[in-house]
Design a protein around this ligand. Structure first.
Ligand code: OGA
Ligand code: MN
Length: 246
């Protein structure tokens, strides 16, 4: 079993492993950033959000979504959704890593990589696929620096959902992002390291006061390799985040 994001009791733990960017990078991207998909607790967060939590709506077409799903669905075999460990960072999910993609899917993933990673980033070759059941959700966590570098890029398939980012040191700094179906997010640098991220459960799935019902959600995630200094750190596998300090 993979374990990018795990929780222990009142603690949240960061995942396993878990970037090149486009907009000011060398790889031009023909689609533009979706500025209406953010809701920030303070106006000054908006520019950070747009820089380090890039959201691109309609990154893929419906046909491309179908093509990715066709490659993904046979991978599950008898793998069941996991709900039983209440202290896991993710509830109601199954996950896998995929290396063999059809030609069309490989082209989509190359487009994603070109949009997300900079030349300096070494990229994990395997693609993480996370299948979240309709009543599944992801609790706040930070992906472990042991397994993931400065960029996490995720395509959201099948349903819209709401992601919330909260600054670990100053919880009043919050960014809510509407992850539309077929959108791509590129989370990097300080937002990736200093903010927890979570996918809200259906009862709490609100964006600017509007309920966003989440169905079954498939995310296709590419990550950069850990930064070498962090790799040499012999500390914990997971970064522990205390949610409710005594
Ligand atoms: C994770 C995670 C987000 C997503 O697997 O660590 O945060 O978009 N996934 O599924
Ligand atoms: Mn994560």
């Amino acid at each position: 079993m993979l374990c990018f994001a795990r929780v222990q009791r009142s603690f949240l733990v960061a995942p396993r492993y878990l970037s090149k960017h486009t907009f000011n990078g060398t790889h031009a991207c023909s689609v533009s950033q979706s500025i209406h998909s953010y809701n920030c607790s303070m106006p000054e967060l908006m520019s950070l959000a747009q820089k380090e939590m890039v959201l691109i709506n309609n990154f893929i077409t419906e046909d491309e979504e179908q093509c990715l799903m066709k490659d993904i669905e046979p991978k599950w075999k008898r793998l069941k959704y996991q709900f039983d460990h209440w202290d896991d960072a993710i509830q109601g999910y199954r996950e896998t890593e995929v290396s063999n993609w059809s030609e069309t899917s490989s082209n989509i993933l190359n487009r994603l990589r070109n949009a997300a990673f900079a030349e300096k980033d070494s990229q994990r070759a395997l693609v993480h696929v996370l299948d979240l059941a309709e009543d599944g959700y992801i609790k706040p966590h930070v992906d472990s620096v042991k397994f993931c570098g400065r960029v996490i890029a995720g395509l959201s398939l099948l349903t819209p959902s709401v992601m919330r980012l909260i600054n670990e040191k100053d919880k009043s700094k919050q960014i809510t992002v509407l992850l539309n179906r077929r959108s791509l997010y590129i989370m990097r640098d300080s937002i990736r390291f200093e903010y927890t991220h979570e996918i809200l459960k259906n009862e709490e799935s609100l964006f600017r006061g509007t309920n966003i019902p989440k169905g079954r959600r498939m995310s296709v995630i590419c990550r950069s390799e850990p930064i070498s200094d962090d790799c040499n750190d012999s500390g914990n596998l997971f970064k522990v985040i205390k949610l409710n300090p005594d």
